[in-house]
Design a binder for this molecule. Structure first.
Ligand code: AMP
Length: 191
């Protein structure tokens, strides 16, 4: 079962993906994590992505789609019970490319779980995360966060309707406790 976790920065996508990895033998595919690793390793992709990420803007569709395509070809993905896309797709072009990639690789997208959280609550959550991580993410600060939310609302939120029209969207209340959100997601997956 392959699913997408869709939601703004700070909605808890990474936390919930981790839980699905543990409980369902799924693989988390976080483009943010992969891009941060590329930045840290100073690869060509990392060099191109760094300034864009620090500014809270989106890395080009071309780069991100390439990274995802390579990841889907790896053995652990093939041996798993499915992929949890976390932070991808973030634009309509990425969503369309994902459809093509999955068709090409013989995969099927089962469900898109939208985690809905109010913007103001997100700011508090991200600033809390910044404190806990000791500033390890250059983009976890209030100013960049406002930009990331704007980017989400303009470029990524249209995917909600995109997937609704395909009959794949399930919305869960991301303002519940972490355990309650997990329970809502598992319920949606098992339905
Ligand atoms: P995240 O960890 O998902 O919040 O991503 C951190 C940053 O990485 C984003 O603000 C973007 O700059 C970049 N990024 C991650 N995923 C994508 C994507 N699917 N498309 C474009 N940029 C991305």
């Amino acid at each position: 079962m392959n699913i997408i976790l869709l939601g703004p920065p700070g909605a808890g996508k990474g936390t919930q993906a981790q839980r699905l990895v543990e409980q369902r033998n799924m693989v988390q595919l976080s483009t943010g994590d992969m891009l941060r690793a590329a930045v840290a390793a100073e690869t060509e992709i990392g060099k191109k992505a760094k300034a864009v990420m620090d500014a809270g803007q989106l890395v080009s569709d071309e780069i991100v789609i390439g990274v995802v395509s390579d990841r889907l070809d790896q053995d652990d993905v093939k041996a798993s019970n499915g992929v949890i896309f976390d932070g991808f797709p973030r634009t309509t072009a990425q969503a369309e490319a994902l459809e093509d990639l999955m068709t090409e690789k013989g995969m099927k997208l089962e469900e898109v779980i939208e985690m809905r959280v109010d913007d103001e609550l997100l700011v508090g959550r991200i600033l809390q995360r910044a404190k806990e991580n000791g500033g390890s993410r250059a983009d976890d600060n209030e100013e960049t966060l406002r930009d990331r939310l704007k980017v989400y609302n303009t470029q990524t939120a249209p995917l909600i309707d995109f997937y609704k029209e395909k009959g794949k969207l399930v919305t869960v209340d991301g303002e519940q406790s972490i355990d309650e959100v997990t329970a809502s997601i598992l319920e949606a997956l098992d339905r």
